[in-house]
Design a protein. Structure first.
Ligand SMILES: NC(=O)C1=CN([C@@H]2O[C@H](COP(=O)(O)OP(=O)(O)OC[C@H]3O[C@@H](n4cnc5c(N)ncnc54)[C@H](O)[C@@H]3O)[C@@H](O)[C@H]2O)[C@@H](O)CC1
Ligand SMILES: Nc1ncnc2c1ncn2[C@@H]1O[C@H](COP(=O)(O)OP(=O)(O)O)[C@@H](O)[C@H]1O
Ligand SMILES: [K+]
Length: 499
């Protein structure tokens, strides 16, 4: 699914109106209908609904929603800035329609504190949408501050008021803090970054029937990884195949005390479809690896840490988990990196070693996949002001070095040398535990060995890893989720794609 700027969304809306020969009011009605259905689905037992409307089209959505919910027997109360009714056209039409309904009370923002709002009531923010272009101040600002203190179920229409949709919002802005954001047709960048996403709560995207023809022709370099993309990437296994057809994955990982990282990466590679798996690890891990992952072949790479890397034939390598940064390992890893020609997966301590020896970056084979978490990224490429800027820096580095950068986060980004950004929306905070990244390295190496392109291996692998995490969290809880549980769910994810 493409990710668009607010400017592009507006353009798509306008062109949809043109080619479908509808009035813009129809789109607002579609948006309100979709909102109404979602609210009925999620909160049908909720009694009172307090809707706060601005003067723009976001406010218009709020007025139209109020009318529709009223006809569904909800007790609706409307709030707007009665001292400054300066509506855009469609908001005005919907406001006037609403005034005809006697049972809906229309109140000024300043009256909010006169009402008793209960924790089971709905507070709906239709103040500002993607048209916000400055800080919320004055009466609206005071209102948002009051709403943020109220204990109720808080829903933002399209985007929490106060957030810019395409860029970082300054720290001093007043922003509505939603439990859920119900947004129209597209994800917005603001939902995907930690600084801004924290205001959005759960995200629900509603189809309001914008023209697919127009959406397809509108260019974007930013994408959400969705099921359609994954199904287009997934390669079905040929019945007449043998282990030679699915590549030789080589996991280079582990040191004394960190053999677990090698085990996790190895097991994840085994579960992700590779034909043969080799693990290069120090001798101290031999017994552990052979007993915990007997399908993999052990290659001795040293005594207590890796000092020597000898690859089997046709190796596709993932290097880094639990290697440690012993001087001998550092030398060995640098020497290894210098001499590779095929794309690699590079993670964890291999990234830390590169950070200390940045000149090696230029020797890394083109289209290798680097998987830094935010700290590792910082060590590699420097500090940025915020996570939006981090994406920009990663884009620059991916292009310069011809590498795929997987920026690991709640919404991990896959950044390509061609300057595309793919945002992942699977995964959950249960995965925020030591060892989850090792599992990802195993998955990515396995997919790369099966001849997925680097870009597709990264997109597919990151999505699969997160989806496995979601399946695992469904079963138990985020608190008790372990990286091994991710590995156990990889099979279920493949089944999900095949079905
Ligand atoms: N364009 C369309 O056809 C549709 C738009 N929809 C809704 O329309 C919204 C966008 O509507 P608008 O473009 O009217 O934008 P908004 O409703 O976000 O309102 C923006 C208006 O407020 C002003 N403004 C911006 N920031 C302000 C601030 N901090 N303080 C005071 N005034 C401020 C702007 O100058 C503009 O007039 C979407 O988010 C969505 O909710 C939906 O109804 C679907 C259809
Ligand atoms: N809150 C979260 N939501 C979604 N995914 C997460 C979250 N926290 C961590 N993850 C995922 O778990 C993995 C953690 O990787 P990393 O930090 O390298 O862990 P480790 O150091 O244990 O290998 C990444 O793929 C990351 O995207
Ligand atoms: K809003």
């Amino acid at each position: 699914m493409k990710l668009f700027t607010s400017e592009q969304i507006l353009k798509i809306e306008e062109e949809t109106i043109k080619i479908e020969k509808i009035h813009s009011l129809n789109l607002m009605e579609r948006a309100a209908e979709a909102l109404k259905s979602q609210i009925i689905e999620d909160y049908k037992n909720c009694e009172k609904v307090f809707i706060f409307c601005g003067n723009g089209n976001n406010g218009g959505d709020g007025f139209a929603l109020a009318r529709l919910l009223h006809y569904e027997f909800f007790n609706v109360k409307i709030f707007c800035d009665l001292e400054n009714l300066n509506f855009k056209e469609n908001a005005k039409i919907n406001f006037n329609d609403l005034k005809k309904i006697k049972d809906i009370s229309i109140n000024d923002f300043s009256e909010v504190e006169k009402f008793k709002i209960d924790k089971n009531d709905l507070v709906i923010d239709a103040l500002f949408g993607i048209g916000l272009n400055r800080k919320i101040e004055g009466k609206s600002g005071e209102l948002v501050n009051i709403l943020n203190e109220i204990n109720a179920i808080k829903i933002a229409v399209d985007i929490p008021s106060g957030l810019f949709s395409d860029e970082i919002t300054p720290d001093d802005f007043i922003i509505f803090k939603a439990d859920k954001t119900v947004s129209f047709q597209f994800w917005k960048k603001a939902f995907l970054y930690p600084e801004t996403g924290k205001f959005c709560g759960e995200i629900k995207i509603l189809d309001i029937g914008l023209s697919h023809k127009i959406i397809d022709s509108e260019i974007s370099r930013n994408f959400i990884i969705d099921d359609i993309l994954i199904i287009s990437i997934y390669k079905k296994r040929n019945d007449f195949s043998n282990k030679g057809n699915f590549g030789n994955s080589v996991i280079i990982a582990g040191s004394h005390g960190k053999i677990g990282a090698a085990v996790l990466a190895t097991k994840a590679a085994l579960r992700s479809g590779s034909g043969l798996i080799f693990t290069i690890s120090p001798e101290c891990g031999n017994f552990i690896l052979q007993t915990s992952a007997p399908e993999a072949m052990f290659i001795n790479g040293g005594e207590n840490h890796i000092t020597n890397i000898e690859l089997p034939k046709n190796a596709v390598c993932g290097i880094g988990p639990g290697l440690g940064t012993d001087e001998e390992t550092e030398k060995c890893v640098l020497n290894f990196l210098k001499n590779q020609t095929k794309p690699l997966v590079i993670d964890a301590d291999a990234l830390n070693i590169i950070s200390k020896n940045k000149s090696i970056l230029k020797s890394i084979p083109e289209n290798s996949i680097l998987t830094p978490h935010p700290k590792e990224f910082e060590r590699l490429f420097g500090i940025t002001q915020n996570s939006f800027d981090r994406t920009d820096l990663a884009l620059k580095m991916a292009k310069e070095l011809k590498l795929i950068i997987v920026l690991k986060d709640h919404h991990t980004q896959i950044i390509t040398p061609q300057q595309d950004v793919f945002y992942n929306i699977t995964g959950n905070s249960g995965m925020a535990k030591g060892g989850s990244g090792d599992v990802l390295t195993g998955i990515l190496t396995s997919l790369l060995s099966q001849k997925y392109s680097s870009k597709n291996a990264a997109i597919f692998g990151v999505w699969l890893h997160g989806k496995a995490g979601d399946f695992a969290a469904e079963k138990s809880s985020k608190e008790s989720l372990l990286p091994v549980d991710l590995i156990k769910k990889i099979g279920k994810v493949f089944k999900y794609i095949q079905d």
